[in-house]
Design a protein around this ligand. Structure first.
Ligand code: NI
Length: 434
């Protein structure tokens, strides 16, 4: 593994809003960051195998996408402008039945390609045929938390849980530690109490966390209230879920008691503003969650309900949406939005201490953004520019675990044209009309 030295970049270490280092150096030794600081920070015995000129660029921790369904890239723009339940039951689920294992591989590759090109270095995925997804992640060089989606009221629920346990044994910690496996019970409305108890037991026995959709729509709130006289959060609490590390996607409709539970059990919330807007699910009370001390990160959700996997855009939307929802333009400052996409996401996935900050000892997961673009000038405030004006095409270089995945916008771990061609051919076979 090569030692990489990045010189001359402006560094946003994300340790605090004032911690901007101009003309800085990042010293990478193998898969870890050895030093971050102004010019002259290189340790005496360090020898770089590669020097990257970072002048005119900003270096920041790689972005973390806390909730997606990677292979749903194959379903991008296949069904739009529908309510969630109709969208799922009449459009998405019938097509998903036709997906073959190799489709999942190529759909995940397309997702990884799009994320690398827009600055994401870690993502949390929930889908099926996860062995295929894991192979794609390993090849792409990204870091991922993978979970097989479990529909507890489906006929194959028991078999799906058994496959999940086998998947943990085969893949948890693989790809040099870049792959982490979680259990993925789909949602409170698809997982009855008995099934959730089996999932909790299996997660505890295998020492993994849980990834689940929670309180996404008012329909869900009504359904869980009618069935169990509880909120979705209360229902999951009662099933013992929060005794384990939990990644809860959406959390749009919450009451104060729910927020108190999420804070007390340190549940990680994946806020997905664009998917929530597109499906008209509602607006998650993110400012209130942060005030209550809940860990919040950002997610794109799948490409079928967004319709891209661009976390820079998600960060922008998250900031604007809280402002319009609360009528308060100060409620989510730019630094908070950038924190959700980096340190926040790392905490939500239980990877704080490993990723999300640029400092010595952390994994070398970082991106360089090219500031030589008209929309960054004049450069009054770098952080505000990144949150409110950046575009994914500005991401120049992406490094994960000390490996360069993209340099000068050229992706080094996969054949970009082949990924696009394969996914188009597969979509044509699946839908027969493109
Ligand atoms: Ni989702």
């Amino acid at each position: 593994m090569a030692n990489i030295l990045i010189q001359g970049a402006t560094i946003l270490a994300m340790k605090g809003a004032e911690q901007e280092i101009k003309d800085g150096e990042i010293v990478i030794q193998g898969d870890r960051i050895a030093a971050v600081g102004p010019c002259g920070s290189i340790p005496a015995n360090y020898r770089a195998d590669r020097v990257i000129d970072g002048s005119g660029m900003v270096a920041l921790p790689g972005l973390v996408n806390c909730h997606t369904h990677a292979a749903m890239t194959l379903l991008r723009s296949y069904a739009d402008d529908l309510p969630l339940m109709e969208w799922l039951s009449q459009k998405i689920w019938p097509v998903e039945e036709k997906l073959e294992p190799e489709d999942i591989y190529w759909g995940t590759m397309l997702c990884c390609l799009e994320m690398i090109k827009s600055g994401t270095t870690t993502f949390a995925d929930m889908y099926f045929e996860m062995n295929q997804a894991a192979v794609a992640v390993e090849k792409s060089g990204l870091r991922a938390c993978l979970s097989r989606g479990l529909i507890g009221n489906a006929p194959n629920a028991g078999q799906a849980l058994a496959e999940s346990i086998a998947f943990i044994k085969e893949w948890n910690g693989r790809a040099g530690g870049r792959i982490k496996v979680m259990l993925g019970p789909h949602a409170p409305y698809t997982c009855p109490p008995d099934y959730l108890r089996q999932v909790v037991e299996a997660a505890g026995a295998n020492q993994v966390g849980i990834h689940i959709h929670v309180a996404e729509t008012t329909d869900e709130i009504e359904q869980i209230k009618a069935g169990y006289n509880q909120t979705p959060v209360g229902y999951l609490h009662h099933a013992g879920l929060f005794e384990l590390p939990v990644l809860a996607a959406h959390c749009v409709h919450l009451d104060e008691a729910d927020i108190e539970i999420l804070a007390r059990y340190q549940v990680g919330v994946a806020h997905c503003p664009e998917s929530n807007m597109k499906l008209a699910s509602g607006i998650a009370p993110v400012a209130r969650l942060l005030e209550a001390g809940v860990n919040v990160g950002l997610g794109t959700d799948g490409a079928a309900s967004n319709n891209n996997l661009d976390l820079l855009e998600e960060m922008h939307s998250a900031a604007l949406l809280q402002k319009v929802a609360t009528g308060n333009p100060t409620v989510m400052p730019a630094f908070t939005a950038l924190s959700l996409a980096t340190t926040g996401g790392a905490g939500v996935l239980g990877l704080d201490g490993e990723i999300g900050l640029l400092k010595a000892g952390m994994r070398a997961d970082l991106i360089l953004i090219n500031l030589q673009r008209p929309h960054y000038y004049p450069l009054h405030n770098l952080i505000a520019n990144l949150v409110y004006a950046s575009q994914s095409a500005d991401v120049d270089t992406v490094i994960v675990d000390g490996e360069i995945l993209m340099e000068g916008r050229r992706v080094l771990t996969m054949d970009e044209e082949k990924v696009i061609r394969e996914t188009q051919q597969r979509a044509t076979r699946l839908f027969g009309r493109i």
